[in-house]
Design a protein around this ligand. Structure first.
Ligand code: PMV
Length: 295
């Protein structure tokens, strides 16, 4: 058996806008996907996760093609990252698979190579991905990303971020949501252009706030970012319910993370004790959640 891993991720600022060339700030989280592979006559996926087997096999093929191998594998997929929750599980799966195959081939690939191979698999899942998910899944840490740019920038945080990640219980369909944003953009070009410009400016403000460790400002900017995401149509009743609960329990800021339409939301807490308190409260209301620290 050959093993590979990929980080889950959260997007702190700029999801969706990043698909259209605006910057985004993402961070790897310690929850991850693990893939084990065994040489086989045909590609197969074995997992307890609720995956779409056909789509997963197509992504496996895309990764194999990018790695120029004709070999086929039994792919065992597990880990501790929830799937379809806006936490980049498909990208983490592709990264983990590319790493496992590189071990099988006894090749030591650079992270840059792993990232670009995983991007080919991610395209199968999401059609027109920006590449932010596979980049965060490969490298971890906090990073500033822009689609099409070869290099991303690592961000040195002034203070660690204590976050609560909670799932709405509703599956967010990234491909569909990305295309609905495109449609809205085509319908109201001028209006949407100014929203996209605000998203662009917001990321640079957030970058400064993150670097100096101004958590209050980071939280406020997360709230504004969520408003922009609502205006492009990717929030849902469940996202709003969760975000208002987060705010009710004193979160410094809260927003969707990832594609939305359900999926996951994040809240910035004042410290780790506060994060645990918020997490307990939202669990009481029936949401699955966990605390994570980005530093
Ligand atoms: O698929 P998710 O929910 O992990 O998030 C994808 C992030 C988007 O900005 C919505 C799409 C992309 O390719 O960047």
């Amino acid at each position: 058996m050959y093993v590979g891993e990929g980080f889950g991720k959260i997007i702190l600022f700029g999801e969706h806008f990043v698909v259209h060339g605006k910057p985004a700030i993402a961070a790897g989280i310690s929850n991850r996907v693990r893939v084990k592979i065994k040489h086989s006559k045909k590609n197969e996926i074995i997992t307890d996760y609720p995956v779409n087997p056909k789509l997963s096999i197509s992504a496996i093929k895309a990764v194999e093609k990018a790695m120029k191998t004709k070999e086929k594998f039994k792919v065992y997929f597990d880990g501790n990252l929830p799937t379809s929750g806006g936490l980049g599980s498909s990208a983490a799966f592709c990264v983990a698979l590319a790493r496992a195959i590189s071990h099988y081939q006894a090749k030591s690939l650079t992270s840059e190579e792993i990232n670009s191979i995983a991007f080919e698999g991610e395209k199968v899942f999401h059609g027109n991905p920006s590449g932010v998910d596979n980049t965060a899944a490969t490298y971890g840490g906090a990073l500033l990303f822009r689609k099409g740019e070869k290099h991303f920038k690592r961000i040195k945080l002034g203070k660690p971020l204590h976050l609560v990640v909670a799932n709405t219980g509703k599956i967010g369909k990234t491909k569909k949501l990305v295309s609905s944003v495109k449609q809205r953009k085509e319908k109201f070009p001028q209006l949407l252009d100014s929203i996209f410009d605000s998203a662009n400016k917001l990321v640079f403000r957030a970058l400064i706030a993150l670097k100096v460790g101004d958590l209050k400002k980071v939280g406020e900017l997360m709230d504004i970012n969520h408003g922009l995401l609502s205006s492009i149509g990717v929030s849902s009743e469940k996202n709003e319910e969760l975000i208002h609960l987060f705010r009710h329990y004193g979160a410094l800021g809260a927003k969707i993370t990832g594609a939305g339409g359900g999926g996951s939301c994040i809240a910035l807490a004042k410290n780790s004790t506060h994060a645990n308190q918020i997490c307990k409260k939202v669990k009481h209301y029936g949401f699955e959640g966990f605390c994570t620290k980005v530093d």
